[in-house]
Ligand binder design. Structure first.
Ligand code: SAM
Length: 269
């Protein structure tokens, strides 16, 4: 990890100007870096992927396990920086990468993803990796605080929605640590939070379930039954709601995770 001063010198040397469009806010808080690295290592993964190594705030903690480490970076200058150090780096957009092809290559499914995520891709990436099969066993990810709050929201909270239901159906999620704007260089406008994800085994058809949840939240103000009637027969919906004891005047944000799963299973015969 670098101090702010070391980091700005290194950026200058490598001729890298931090780009807002790539969410390039580099971590400069040693304690937070160590907490993320220690958590990731405590999970004893056989393979470690890092999205967006930047100048190595987190990467430096895994250099003793280089043979297990794969970096994914979109910035060409940073890719060249890591190539010079003989690290295994893929020059790609993490949202467009064929993750399942990559993960299928490994002899073990004990895989971990670690990242101080660029803000713009975080929520989409969680959805994409939730749908994936095989996917990571563990993820230790830094999010913009607002996104982390949406992920950890409780039923009926304003933040409870599509992202909450999908993430918590496929992962067990816990908070690791918060970071403030001053823990980054350049200083962002928002706070951040690190969350740890552990894959939950499920027999659910992932992509069908994700589409179902998306449809359920398609118009938050409308009753859930109305949203679902765009794709399901209304009388079948009324019967299923009644069988499961769901109030037909419920909105999607009133439905907890288990009821979502039960409703999905009952409707997808
Ligand atoms: N890990 C470093 C740290 O903590 O200081 C940098 C984190 S910075 C918030 C985000 C990193 O992700 C940058 O290195 C940026 O170039 C990279 N990045 C941005 N968009 C990306 C994308 N779509 N795919 C892969 N990497 C991306």
């Amino acid at each position: 990890m670098h101090t702010k001063k070391e980091l700005s010198e290194k950026l200058l040397q490598a001729k890298i100007v931090p780009l807002k469009s790539l969410g390039q806010n580099f971590l400069v808080n040693k304690e937070i870096c160590e907490k993320i690295i220690n958590k990731a290592k405590s999970l004893k993964p056989d393979f470690i992927y890092e999205i967006g190594p930047g100048l190595g705030a987190l990467t430096s903690g895994f250099l003793d396990e280089q043979s297990k480490l794969v970096l994914v970076e979109l910035d060409k200058g940073l890719v060249e920086y890591w190539q010079k150090q003989n690290l295994n780096i893929i020059h790609a957009d993490a949202l467009k990468l064929n993750w399942s092809e990559l993960l299928k290559q490994h002899s073990s499914d004990n895989t971990l993803l670690v990242s101080n995520l660029p803000y713009s891709i975080a929520a989409s990436l969680v959805i994409e990796l939730s749908e994936l099969s095989p996917t990571f066993k563990f993820m230790v990810l830094m999010f913009q605080k607002e996104v982390a709050l949406r992920i950890l929201a409780k039923v009926r909270d304003e933040d409870y929605g599509f992202l909450t239901v999908v993430a918590n159906t496929f992962w067990r999620i816990e908070k690791l640590i918060d970071a403030g704007p001053q823990d980054f260089y350049p200083v962002p406008h928002v706070g951040s939070r690190v969350l740890c994800f552990t894959k939950q085994d499920t027999s659910i058809d992932k992509s069908k379930f994700i589409n179902f949840v998306k449809l359920s939240f398609s118009q938050r103000r409308k009753y859930l039954i109305k949203n679902l009637s765009q794709q399901f027969d209304l009388s079948m919906l009324e019967k299923t709601f009644s069988n499961l004891g769901i109030n037909p005047k419920s909105r999607a944000q009133d439905i907890d995770l288990l009821v979502f799963e039960r409703l999905f299973k009952n409707l997808s015969i």
